[in-house]
Design a protein around this ligand. Sequence first.
Ligand SMILES: *Cc1c(COP(=O)(O)O)cnc(C)c1O
Length: 381
Amino acid sequence: MEFIPYARQTVDEDDIKAVVEVLRGVYLTTGPKIAEFEIELAKVCRQKHAVAVSNGTAALHAACYAAGIGECDEVIVSPMTFAASANCVLYCGGTPVFADILPDTYNIDPQDVRAKITPKTKAIIAVHFTGQPCDMYELRTIADEHRLVLIGDAAHALGAEFRGVPVAGLADMSTYSFHPVKHIAMGEGGAVVTDKDAFAEKLRLFRSHGITRDEIRLGTVHAHEPWWYEQLELGYNYRLTDIQAALGYSQLQKLDSFLKRRREIASFYDEAFGSLDGVKIPSQMPGCNSAWHLYVLQIDFQKFKTNRTDFFSRMRDRQIGLQVHYIPVYWHPYYQALGYKKGLCPIAEGIYENIVSLPMYPALSQDDLSRVVEAIKEILG
Ligand SMILES: *Cc1c(COP(=O)(O)O)cnc(C)c1O
C-alpha cells in the first residue's frame, strides 16, 4: 500500500523541461524567467505588480518592511497560522498582537481586530486560512478607519476569490508561498502582489540589498560610469532564481486544473463527513470561493472514545499522513519567552484541540480518497 501524505507537489514532464531549458541557458538567476513569472502571477491575482522573492516568509518580511513596520509598531495577526505570519513583524522590530478567530471559518475575527487596535497599531495581517478568504470588506473598512496597512497572507489562497474578486483585491499587499505543499511548487519561492507603485518599488529594493541601478533614481552624476549602482536602503538577498521562476511559470499554467481538483476533493470529503455526528466539516462563508489549500476536519475525539494521538497513529498504520494546522503561534516557547500568555485567544486554542488536516492535493486519486474516508470511518466507527 502506498503512503498518502497530507500534501505534495504535482510536477509533470513539461515542468521538468522548463527547468532544464533554464539550466542550458545563460541566466540561472534574475534572468528573463523572473519577469515572465511576475507578469503571469500579477495577471492571476489581478494586481498591477508582482515581486517574486525567495520564499513566502521573505514575502511577508518584505511586505512588513514596505508597510513601514518598525520599533514600537503593533501589527494584528491571527494565531491560527504558520509562525512566519507573525515572525515577519518581529523581524522589523514590531510587536505582533494576536486577535482571535471566528468559530466557523477559523479566520481572524474582525470584531476582535477592532478590540485589539491601539494608537500603536500600524497594520493587519489577514491570513486566508485553508484558502478561504477573510472578510476583506470588513477588514478594509477597519483598516481605512484607522489608517492601517492591510496585508493578506495568501500563502493558502492562490486562486481564491471573495465575491468574485481575487483575494488580493482589497488588500494593500498580499503574499504568496510556492513551497511544494502550496498550490504551485517552486522548491522554495514566494511573491508579494500589490496595486500600489510605491509599495512595489520598496519591495523590489528590499529583495536585493536595497540596491538600485535605475537611471532615474541615480541621476546624472554617474551616468558615464556603466558599473555604477547605489545602495539606498538596507535590504536582503531575497532573490528568486530563474530555475525556480521557470518551474513556477510552468506550474501557474495548471493552476485552474489544480484548483478544480482541490474543489472536487473538498466536495467529496464534505459529502463523506457532512452527516457524521461528532465531526464538523469546514464551513464556507457565502461569497467565498476557497482555494482549498487544506481540508480541516474538527473531530469530537471524546465522543468517539479516542484521542488525536491515537487517531494519528492508526491512520499512519493505514499508510495515511495527517497534520494539524496550526498550533497557536504564541504557544511556541519563543513567543512564551516574549511574554505571550496561553489563554489569549480562547477560540483558536479550543479549536486547535480537535482539528486535523486530511490529505489534499491534486494528484490524489479516487482510490486514495476512498481509502482516506474508509480509514477514518473505520477508526471512528
Ligand atoms: C507556508 C506559509 C508561509 C511561509 O511560506 P514559506 O514559503 O514556507 O516561507 C507563511 N504563511 C502561511 C500561512 C503559510 O502557510
